[in-house]
Structure formats: C-alpha cells, structure tokens
Design a protein around this ligand. Structure first.
Ligand code: ADP
Ligand code: MG
Length: 257
C-alpha cells in the first residue's frame, strides 16, 4: 500500500441474495494511473465500480481515498457523500436527466454532489462544455443530441466534479458504432491529463493504447493483471486466454456486455 495510491480497496465483498458477486477484492490504484478492467459478462465488473461509488453498498471491505476511509460497517451518509465527491461515474447508458439541458445536467451534479453555488456551477459546466466540444449544445436537451454527444455530456459531468478517480462502466457499449470514436477520443484526452481512471471496456485497442495496467476479472475475482503488453500478449491463466481468444485483439464489443 503505497502513499500515493489514489484509492485502496481491501477485502471487498458483495452478494446479491445467495450469489456472491465480488469475492475479497484487493485493489490499489496509483494517482494518475489508468486501469482497464476486462472480463466476461456477469463477472462483477459493474458491481465493482458501483461498490467503489457506493451505488451498491458492499457487504464488507474498506475503501480508502486520500484521508477518507469508508467501511460498510460504519459508513455514515456523510461518508458516502464524501466518497461520491471523490469518485465520479460514467454510465453505459449516459444516465442524463431527460428534462434538463446539457448544461443543467452538469450544474445539477456540481450543486448536489459538491454543494457549489449556481454561478460557480455554471462557470465550471461551461468550461467543461468547451473542453468536450459541446458548448454550442449547452441549451439542448438529451433527446436532441446524438448518442455520442450524450455520452460526451456524461463524461463532461464526471470531469466537472474534479474527482480523485473517474469510473467508466462500458462507456461506448450502448453507442452506435459511428459514435464510438468521438467518445474514445474524449477519454484519450482525459487520460492524457493523467486523471486517475478505472475503465470497464471491451475496446481492446483503446485499452492497449491508454492503460497503464489491465485487470482481468472472472467470477468476482481479479484473476490476473499487468501492463497491456504483458496481459494481452502473454496471459497466464486459462480463463484469461479463453476470454482474449473470444474478444480478439481489437475487441469488437459485440456480444459482450
Ligand atoms: P458485469 O458487469 O461483469 O457483466 P455485473 O456486476 O453487472 O457483471 O453482475 C454480476 C452478477 O451480479 C450477475 O450475476 C448479475 O446478475 C448480478 N447482479 C448485479 N446487480 C444485481 C442486482 N442489483 N440484484 C441482483 N443481482 C445483481
Ligand atoms: Mg457490466
């Protein structure tokens, strides 16, 4: 456990009913590190990300971000809100408010999660809209935007929070193929700033380019992990080998979610 870990997770367990979905997850992510998680459908990747943000409450395990330590045995509402300020989430289906404009979707998050004033929230939202290339869409409602533009707003909302860790759960899986490129381009720009990122994706070429580390998960456990070249070219575990054979080197996401 190094001192500049952006997040340290120990002994994380989560079950739904009788089904154990996360089994004793141990994970440290360094500040500035870009980590990609891959693995078969139903393996617990989304549940892991959701537990890190307490969208799902873990059954046990501690999550440390900076000086904040959150444990389900003792976590207060204030601890959970503090964790959400430090971790931001990009959803597969964007999760934008349909009745709010692009700008309002971002200001709303800044006001509720960070307690910013409306004026500060608008200034930060517009800065983010410029960064994502969508300032001209500030007053558009999600229904008037393409899937790619909606997801760029989803990413902009997460960027605006200036979180210690950005979580991305298959951010391009719901997109028509024509919009995937612009979303990956925006994520590349976020990665270039050395924002700490934990990304679930099947875009293997993208993972190879931007990841400092790839984690392969199966059946609720981290099976193996390493730098992209090592994990993709020289996987050790039979489950990793079988998965990589199925998704291939470039990783079309078709058929995997
Ligand atoms: P992945 O993202 O790797 O596809 P998930 O984390 O979504 O996997 O799901 C892991 C397992 O947990 C699956 O068996 C799924 O059906 C189950 N699961 C996820 N969320 C819930 C929930 N809210 N209630 C019950 N079961 C769930
Ligand atoms: Mg998932």
């Amino acid at each position: 456990m190094t001192s500049n870990a952006a997040i340290s997770v120990t002994g994380l367990n989560k079950s739904f009913g009788d089904t154990s979905v996360l089994k004793n997850i141990l994970l440290d992510i360094e500040a500035g590190e870009r980590v990609v998680v891959i693995g078969p459908s139903g393996t617990g990747k989304s549940t892991l990300l959701r537990c890190l943000n307490y969208l799902d409450r873990p059954d046990s395990g501690s999550i440390r971000v900076g000086d904040l330590n959150v444990d389900p045995a003792s976590a207060s509402r204030a601890d959970v809100l503090a964790l959400r300020r430090r971790t931001s989430f990009v959803f597969q289906n964007y999760a934008l408010f349909a009745n709010k404009t692009a700008r309002e979707n971002i200001t709303q998050a800044l006001i509720t999660v960070k307690g910013q004033s409306e004026a500060d929230a608008i200034a930060r939202a517009d800065e983010t809209l410029r960064e994502t290339g969508l300032i001209d869409k500030a007053n558009s409602y999600p229904a008037a935007l393409s899937g790619g533009q909606q997801q760029r707003i989803g990413i902009g909302r997460a960027m605006a929070l200036d979180a210690d860790l950005m979580l991305f759960d298959e951010p391009t899986s719901a997109l028509d193929p024509e919009w995937v490129g612009e979303v990956l381009d925006l994520m590349r720009r976020v990665a270039e700033k050395r924002q700490t990122m934990l990304i679930v994706t099947h875009e293997m070429q993208f993972a190879r380019e931007i990841a400092d580390r790839i984690i392969f998960m199966s059946d609720g456990q981290i099976v193996e992990q390493g730098p992209p070249r090592q994990l993709l070219e020289n996987p050790q575990d039979p489950r990793t080998k079988a998965f990589l054979r199925r998704v291939g080197k470039t990783g079309s996401s078709e058929g995997y979610s």
